[in-house]
Design a protein around this ligand. Structure first.
Ligand code: FES
Length: 580
């Protein structure tokens, strides 16, 4: 892709606030001077907003203030003027009912934070799962030069000689407690050993996946995704990104120049190669919608189908992000894909170079962590998109996290009407269920939960776990944590709360799943299905005010990224009227 830099010098948008001697300008500029900024800083140099998702209640981003200082240093060095701006921070491990319900609200708030204020470029300082897509969506809708800096993953967890992966081991340990194989005290010790430094989840969970997606899209400097949060090179990366954004503003290198269809196809393939989170599906679809690129669920299946998972990281594999960094990180994976003919080499990145230019000389330092394509973790990684009368608009499954013997399965449905129904029944020894059944969870989609919580990887019933069974087919309209695993069908669309066929599955119905042929079928007569759908009633007691009401009224299906219908698209960054 060829990119022609804009001429420099030229008047930037921030001069609409700070350039000249009008009363309005004095109002904007004079008040800024109460922070001790000399007058010459308002001379037309690029003003860079450092959009910081730091919060004490977003522990994964708890170290971002320190990184912001390094970004500022880089901006100053390059002749820019950095301004740090706190923005909505949707923590995965804190927000209720679900951080996902607030991804779009964060994106909306941040979009207006950018558009309404004097910024010529933005550094997106992110980390925890939803912070990365929400800021990229906002930047895409404004289309000002932007660069992503992630906080980086935590160091490896260790418990009694074993690597402990964020989330991944939590699921295992909690199942072990449930099955009586682990004590409460041991569980607490394991929990503490899991989070031993600043940073995001240390598995290839959603945070690491989205950091990888940002890099694969070309929105972060090469090598950004894997550097541990506490490694000094993370701070160097922040400083280099600060330097780079100033030149991006001068060149007018925008998200729409970088986030092209080719870039999204690259990211989808990279997701397959890293064994990335299913959450990347909804986030990339939403980002594409913001920048006006037509990416669909079918693209996920088509582009990812022949991509081997070569990154041996939990939850699919054995290692953690620290080892991934030492092996060479994402640039090695991108190079492997390029050499296999599975990458658009000419896609542009924030560096101004192509993605191939960035990776052509990198070296793999550990072939067990980043495998050769001929010796993959899973020959067919990627995301399988299933369709059928149970999911007319699609559902997703991550084959690399599933049990091979369950990928073609027919079983009796055991239905949970919502998450509370699941919690009430799952530990009941009288529940009529065994490992051949298909667990079905309804009303956990974008409208239903509300917010599409990460509850799709329902824990198995204790009586099944006690027999040493660790996986069953599970189907829902929910999402699943990127750190989780299992034969789990997610994002079933249309969702139950929107009257999709999932809503009318009943206990005892037979369900057929055939992943190789991408089929998900409710085995009841067509006329019976139609009759049940005609009799379906919306859920009672829906919100009538506040953000929950806005969310439910406007959130779209998971098959298109679960964005709000009124937020799709790029609205640009035109400077609005001045009211002073
Ligand atoms: Fe924040 Fe995993 S919960 S990165």
């Amino acid at each position: 892709m060829t990119f022609t830099p804009a001429p420099w010098p030229r008047r930037l948008r921030s001069q609409e606030w700070y350039g000249g001697t009008s009363r309005d300008v004095i109002y904007h500029r004079g008040w800024m001077k109460n922070q001790g900024y000399p007058h010459d800083l308002f001379d037309g140099r690029p003003i860079i907003g450092i959009l910081n998702t730091w919060s004490d209640l977003t522990p994964c981003n708890g170290h971002l203030r320190e990184l912001a200082e390094k970004v500022k240093a880089g901006v100053w060095e390059a002749g820019g003027f950095p301004v740090e701006v706190p923005v909505f921070s949707a923590s995965e491990n804190t927000f209720r009912p679900s951080a996902m319900m607030f991804r779009n609200l964060a994106a909306l708030a941040i979009e207006e934070t950018i558009r309404g204020q004097p910024m010529d470029g933005a550094v997106l300082l992110v980390g925890c799962d939803k912070t990365t897509p929400s800021l990229i969506m906002a930047a895409a809708s404004c289309d000002i030069p932007s660069i992503v800096v992630t906080g980086g993953p935590m160091l490896n967890g260790h418990f009694r000689g074993e690597r402990v992966g964020s989330g991944t081991h939590l699921w295992r340990f909690s199942e072990a407690v449930k099955a009586g194989a682990m004590s409460q005290d041991d569980f607490l010790e394991a929990e503490a050993s899991m989070s031993r430094s600043s940073g995001t989840c240390n598995t290839m969970g959603t945070a690491s996946t989205m950091a990888s997606m940002a890099e694969a899209l070309g929105m972060a400097l090469s090598g950004n995704a894997a550097i541990p949060a506490v490694d000094s090179r993370r701070r160097v990366m922040a400083q280099m990104s600060g330097r780079r954004i100033v030149q991006m503003v001068k060149d007018d290198l925008k998200p729409s120049d970088i986030m092209t269809r080719e870039a999204f196809e690259n990211a989808i393939r990279v997701n397959g190669a890293i064994g990335g989170s299913t959450n990347a599906v909804v986030h990339l679809l939403a980002m594409a919608g913001r920048v006006g690129v037509d990416v669909t669920l079918e693209d996920w299946d088509r582009c990812g189908r022949d991509v081997a998972t070569i990154v041996n990281l939990m939850p699919s594999g054995a290692y953690l992000m620290e080892e991934f960094f030492y092996a060479g990180g994402l640039p090695v994976v991108i190079k492997r894909l390029a050499e296999a003919g599975q990458l658009h080499r000419d896609a542009l990145t924030v560096s101004g170079q192509t993605i191939w230019d960035e990776v052509r000389d990198v070296v793999n330092w550990n072939e067990d962590v980043i495998r050769p394509v001929k010796n993959p973790l899973t020959p067919q990684g990627g995301i399988a998109v299933l369709k059928g009368n149970l999911a007319p608009r699609g559902a997703v499954l991550k084959p690399s996290a599933a049990s091979p013997h369950l990928l073609v399965h027919r079983g009796r449905a055991v239905v949970f009407e919502d998450i509370d129904d699941y919690k009430a029944k799952i530990n009941d020894e009288a529940l009529d269920i065994d490992e051949t059944c298909v667990m079905v969870l309804k009303n956990c989609g974008p409208k239903g939960y509300p917010g599409m919580a990460e509850v799709g990887n329902m824990g198995l019933p204790p009586k099944v776990l006690r027999r040493g069974i660790t996986d069953m087919v599970r189907i829902s309209d929910a999402r699943m944590s990127g750190t989780a695993y299992g034969t789990v069908v997610l994002h079933t669309s249309p969702e139950a709360a929107a009257g999709g066929p999932l809503a009318v599955v009943r206990d005892g119905d037979m369900i057929e799943m055939d992943v190789p042929n991408r089929r998900l079928h409710l085995d009841i007569p067509e006329a019976e299905l139609m009759a049940r759908l005609a009799a379906w009633q919306p859920l009672p007691d829906q919100p009538t005010s506040g953000y929950a009401f806005l969310h439910q009224a406007h959130v779209m299906g998971a098959d298109t990224g679960a964005d709000m219908d009124f937020l799709v698209g790029c609205r640009g960054n035109a400077v609005g009227k001045d009211s002073h």
